[in-house]
Design a protein around this ligand. Structure first.
Ligand code: SAH
Ligand code: SF4
Length: 340
């Protein structure tokens, strides 16, 4: 087994790996991924069930103030039918994602979770922003197994500037509630928010370790034209290898976490971004099952891939990718890995 853990200085050193040595770093991360999580890639099917959002995160394409965007919230039966589609695929988890809004109603959503659990038996992950502790507790009772809530940036001042409606403290409190309730937790951050340097990137990776996360999703920031950050460049746009180095170092520092190859990598490196991430530390893939008529309305960032593809096409594409990578598909729910 590789010798872990790494300290801050070592992490910064690894993130500064020169281009000619990156391959070695990627191979090391791939070995650690293989040793700790195995060769199986777990598939989690995403349903983007509503783009309604009351928040105004500066970077996000579906923020409340984007009045040009038509809003939608899927009906229960349609969400359930989509979840049945996931059940029929090789994915074993349904990830229900939306903006942070009361459009659906917390109780109604709980009832829907119960139906999905009873009718499909899928593992259920929810990603719907900060909610009161009681709501998380109720959703758990209804069948929710996991929750995704990124901390986005570990620097409180930067967090405040990016999120006019919340603080890093509130976000970490929400993550603590989830932990206390025994809900498996995913968090993570945006890579390359304008002004980010290597030290902040290292601190973001270290915060993931400090939070002892079950799942960690990270992805490059991409400026959306209908947001206050339009035209802003990713801090690493001139050195995009950093996106992959970040994933590899994340794996070395968090060997037991489930790490998805996030969709945004395919926006930047069409057709191959997520495959490369799976060879550089990641072990999870999240095919999109959102019905095709809603996809154009759930553009958190520009150039999102697969907007014209049906759920069936996404499910088929993932099989081709896994085959090409020589990776098997995870069986069973793919819950959090026990700590050693
Ligand atoms: N409303 C929920 C879930 C949807 S947003 C929440 O905020 O947690 C899911 C993720 O999309 C966010 O955590 C953010 O990191 C990412 N995201 C939003 N806008 C983005 C952008 N412009 N570039 C890259 N990722 C973005
Ligand atoms: Fe809403 Fe999430 Fe986008 Fe923030 S990141 S504006 S909470 S959908």
């Amino acid at each position: 087994m590789e010798i872990l853990p790494l300290n801050r200085e070592e992490i910064i050193g690894l993130l500064n790996t020169p281009a000619e040595d990156c391959q070695q770093l990627y191979e090391r991360a791939d070995r650690v991924r293989q040793q700790y999580t195995g060769d199986a890639v777990f598939l989690r099917g995403i349903i983007e069930f509503s783009n309604s959002c009351a928040k105004n995160c500066l970077y996000c394409g579906i923020r409340a103030d984007n009045s040009a965007l038509p809003r939608y919230t899927m009906e229960e039966d349609e969400i359930l039918a989509t979840a049945r589609g996931i059940r029929q695929s090789k994915a074993t988890t349904a990830v229900l994602q939306s903006g942070e809004s009361s459009a659906f109603g917390d109780e109604r959503f709980g009832a829907l979770l119960r139906r999905i659990k009873e009718e499909t038996g899928l593992a259920i992950t929810v990603s719907a922003g900060e909610r009161p502790r009681d709501v998380y507790a109720y959703w758990k009772e209804c069948g929710m197994d996991r929750y995704l809530l990124r901390f986005e940036s570990s620097d409180p001042d930067r967090y405040r500037k990016l999120h006019p409606d919340s603080s890093l403290e509130d976000r970490l409190q929400a993550l603590q509630h989830l932990r206390d309730l025994g809900i498996q937790r995913g968090s993570g951050f945006l890579i390359g928010i304008p002004g980010e340097d290597v030290a902040l990137l290292a601190d973001n990776i270290l915060l993931c370790r400090a939070l002892d996360l079950d799942m960690i999703g990270i992805g490059p920031f991409l400026a959306h034209p209908d947001t206050p950050l339009k035209g802003e460049k990713n801090s690493w746009s001139e050195a995009p290898e950093m996106f992959f180095k970040a994933v590899s170092v994340l794996r070395l520092v968090n060997p037991l976490a489930h790490i998805p190859a996030t969709t945004v990598f395919d926006s930047i490196f069409p057709g191959e971004g997520r495959n490369l991430v799976l060879q550089r530390g990641a072990n999870v893939f999240m095919p999109n099952f959102t019905p095709v008529n809603y996809r154009e309305k759930y553009l958190l960032y520009p150039d999102k891939p697969c907007v014209d593809e049906t759920a069936g096409q996404c499910a088929a594409c993932v099989l081709v990718r896994m085959e090409a990578l020589g990776r098997e598909i995870g069986k069973g729910p793919g819950h959090a890995l026990p700590r050693v």
